[in-house]
Design a protein. Structure first.
Length: 368
């Protein structure tokens, strides 16, 4: 696909939200992960819709070749560093029990154990969900008819929240911490985020804006109804959460609250594609978006290491931001970049003709 700077701007915002969340400066910053999922759903679906006219072997080969070059080098480099550190210094101390889950991209399922992932690895759960998405999505795009694929998206947008509710209903007596991280990490709880992004790719932008705005309005009305019910029945309405209790498990907030975030992120992506706001074109923000993968990988272990220095909070924050940015830049130039340059090396996996590269995949979906 053509490079779209505003989407890098969205990546930059998403990763900054996550960085601020883990530092403890922005409680709702975790929604940056949801934005990443929605954006991934849009980008991957758009790419696959263009590529699906190829034979299956070439279609899958090209997709997984390029995804492997983008994801694996940094991920396994970080894993190798953790292993060397563990064998040399005994830290991170949880590596011995976590490494199998990390190496197999099952970190999200590891969070369902009685003991969560170690602090240095807890953020890797989202990368595991991404990989699980990559396993099934190319096949869905390739084999489903246009109408069936659209119905799949609708089913995911409705079914995933119901799956979250079903899991909560089955295990509502469990420890809240275990229940919360289990629901959050399951693929069935997150695939509606990818579906929300995919919807932007297959429906014309103007229609996407209307449908997403209407859906958000409907969810907001439902939230107002929840507030009214809480107030009348319990005299304890959680007004700041629009009735969704996004930061708590009570009142089923995780069920539709995630849906509200996903649809809002999809609406933002649709607006960015249509109008390209100046904020999303900011050079520094775009650059942060370009190296966001490295920032995401390094930001948690960097923070844990810096906390050992006992700096003042302000100094710690400034050093933290500077160091994470520097590590991500170095990683991008020395590790990620050289592998990305290999993405079109295989002659049997030629890129598509420039004439079929389009911003919206709805046209490609109709061709086969």
């Amino acid at each position: 696909m053509p490079h779209i700077r505003s989407l890098d701007g969205i990546r930059g915002i998403a990763v900054l939200l996550v960085v601020l969340f883990h530092f403890g400066l922005l409680q709702p910053g975790w929604i940056g992960v949801q934005i990443f999922f929605v954006l991934s759903g849009y980008l991957i679906t758009s790419i696959l819709l263009v590529e699906r006219r190829k034979p299956l072997r070439e279609y899958l080969g090209r997709f997984y070749w390029r995804r492997s070059l983008r994801i694996f080098p940094l991920y396994f480099f970080f894993s190798a560093l953790a292993a060397v550190s563990f064998w040399t210094f005994g830290a991170p101390e949880t590596f011995g029990r976590d490494w199998r889950w990390i190496a197999t991209y099952a970190a999200n399922f590891a969070r369902m154990r009685e003991t969560d992932l170690g602090a240095a690895f807890v953020h890797l759960w989202s990368l595991a969900v991404e990989e699980q998405f990559y396993l099934i999505w190319p096949l869905a795009v390739y084999f489903l008819s246009p109408a069936s694929f659209r119905w799949l998206l609708v089913c995911l947008l409705i079914g995933c929240p119901l799956a979250r509710l079903g899991f909560y209903t089955m295990f509502h007596d469990a420890q809240p911490d275990w229940l919360g991280r289990s629901i959050y990490g399951l693929p069935t709880s997150q695939f509606d985020a990818f579906a929300a992004g995919a919807a932007v790719a297959i429906w014309p932008i103007k229609n996407s804006l209307k449908w997403f705005a209407a859906s958000i309005a409907a969810l907001a009305v439902c939230g107002a109804a929840v507030i009214a019910h809480q107030h009348l029945a319990y005299h304890a309405a959680q007004k700041l959460s629009l009735g969704y209790a996004m930061f708590l498990l009570e009142d089923g907030g995780f069920v539709w609250g995630y849906s509200l975030i996903n649809l809002a992120a999809a609406l933002g992506i649709a607006f960015a594609l249509k109008d390209s706001p100046a904020l999303l074109q900011n050079k520094l923000l775009v650059r942060v978006g370009v190296i966001s993968y490295g920032i995401y990988i390094y930001h948690v272990p960097t923070l844990l290491s810096l906390k050992q220095l006992h700096l003042s909070r302000m100094l710690l924050f400034l050093v933290y931001l500077a160091l994470v940015y520097a590590l991500a830049e170095i990683s991008y130039h020395l590790l990620e970049g050289p592998f990305l340059n290999l993405k079109d090396l295989r002659r049997d996996l030629k890129p598509p003709e420039p004439s079929v590269l389009i911003l919206n995949g709805s046209e490609a979906l109709e061709r086969k």
